[in-house]
Ligand binder design. Structure first.
Ligand code: SP5
Ligand code: ZN
Length: 351
């Protein structure tokens, strides 16, 4: 079992975000990775491997060329116009409005869906590093490892093909899942004639709207998400139970919106249903979008999970018996983050 680290993550450290109408310190900090690394070392996990950054060609598997060009160059363009970074949108080309302007402000609205994804000079470098860690984890599974953990920062599950939001710029888990789904497995008669199928299980507190949208019309990647009901929680516009996929992907997206205050018992019972759906699908690989903002003390969350729940979640995931890549997403209760990650990984890796 290897741990892959986005070693360039610290280049991304925005000073603030705008949350529910207030300027607040940015919750998705470099300190999160430092805390997780210290806890993993303390628990006896092997030292992490620094993954090479993803290339534009790697990213183009999921993201559009114009969006990648925007991520790479928007902060320089913003500054060249006399604006100071970070890049934040202040207007959006919503239906009925026209996107004709070449201004960097117009592009910011086109490619960002909220006020939690500012772009600084180092954001793209960090995001490529996170995507590289996820792809290295996927490659480890293809090479025969049964478990891997990608310590990605910034996280990814809110990022769509051409949209940043919710601390996410590149969809690390989606890149890994797509890479696995496109792989050709040699020397295995059962799978030699077709590409393998993949399930993505998203256990972050927030719905993985980016991951859902990327795979919505595909049946080779089953997407399953447990999250706070979007009727009362971010991202509000996606994540409802009646969103089940479209076209060839109909039936291959499953949402489990959960009530405020969901505790270990309620969560684990929904998880059992989610895992049963994955078992019924019978994928070759599993990618877990692992957020820890379901923890009782999380400043952004409203669930009540305990540290022990993450160990149980990990064990239940392991019981699927699938080669599994765990990808780091959210989790902002810093005092418990290390213990929660260790508990999940011990559950996954030692079951
Ligand atoms: C990766 C990830 O976890 N991103 C989360 C981004 C959430 N941003 C907006 C959250 C709005 C929450 N409203 C406050 C709820 C306090 N209980
Ligand atoms: Zn989250």
């Amino acid at each position: 079992m290897n741990i892959f680290l986005s070693s360039d993550h610290h280049h991304h450290n925005p000073p603030f975000e705008i949350l529910d109408g207030r300027v607040v310190p940015y919750a998705e900090t470099p300190q999160r990775v430092a805390i997780i690394l210290a806890a993993l070392a303390e628990a006896g996990f092997a030292a992490p491997i620094a993954a090479p950054p993803a290339t534009i060609a790697d990213l183009a598997a999921i993201h559009t060329a114009d969006y990648l060009e925007y991520l790479a160059n928007s902060s320089a363009r913003w500054q060249a116009t006399g604006l100071s970074v970070p890049v934040f949108p202040s207007a959006w080309p919503l239906p009925g409005l026209r996107l004709r302007s070449d201004c960097p402000q117009a592009a910011a609205g086109r490619y960002t869906f909220d006020l939690s994804a500012p772009i600084t000079a180092g954001t793209f470098t960090a995001a490529c590093s996170a995507a590289g860690a996820a792809l290295a984890g996927a490659a480890a599974l293809l090479a025969g490892d049964t478990r891997a953990y990608a310590l990605c920062r910034p996280p990814g599950h809110h990022a769509a093909a051409a949209m940043a939001g919710g601390y996410c710029y590149l969809n690390n888990a989606a890149l890994a899942a797509d890479y696995l789904a496109r792989s050709q497995t040699s020397g295995d008669a059962t799978w030699a004639l077709r590409s393998p199928t993949v399930a993505v299980l998203d256990i972050d507190y927030h719905h993985g709207n980016g991951t859902q949208s990327i795979f919505y019309e595909r049946n080779d990647v089953l997407t399953v998400s447990l999250h706070a009901d979007p009727a009362y929680e971010y991202p509000y516009y996606l994540g409802y139970a009646d969103e089940r996929g479209a076209g060839a992907g109909e039936g291959y997206n499953l949402n489990f919106p959960l009530p405020a205050g969901t505790d270990d018992v309620g969560y684990l019972s929904a998880l059992d249903q989610a895992l049963q759906a994955i078992a019924d699908y019978g994928p070759r690989y599993l990618v877990v979008s692992a957020g820890f903002d379901t923890f009782a003390g999380d400043p952004l969350g409203g669930f009540a999970l305990t540290t022990e729940a993450y160990r149980t979640i990990g064990r239940s995931i392991a019981q699927l018996g699938l080669p599994t890549l765990v990808v780091q997403e959210g989790g902002y209760a810093l005092a418990a983050l290390g213990a929660n990650v260790v508990a999940l990984l011990q559950g996954v890796f030692t079951a």
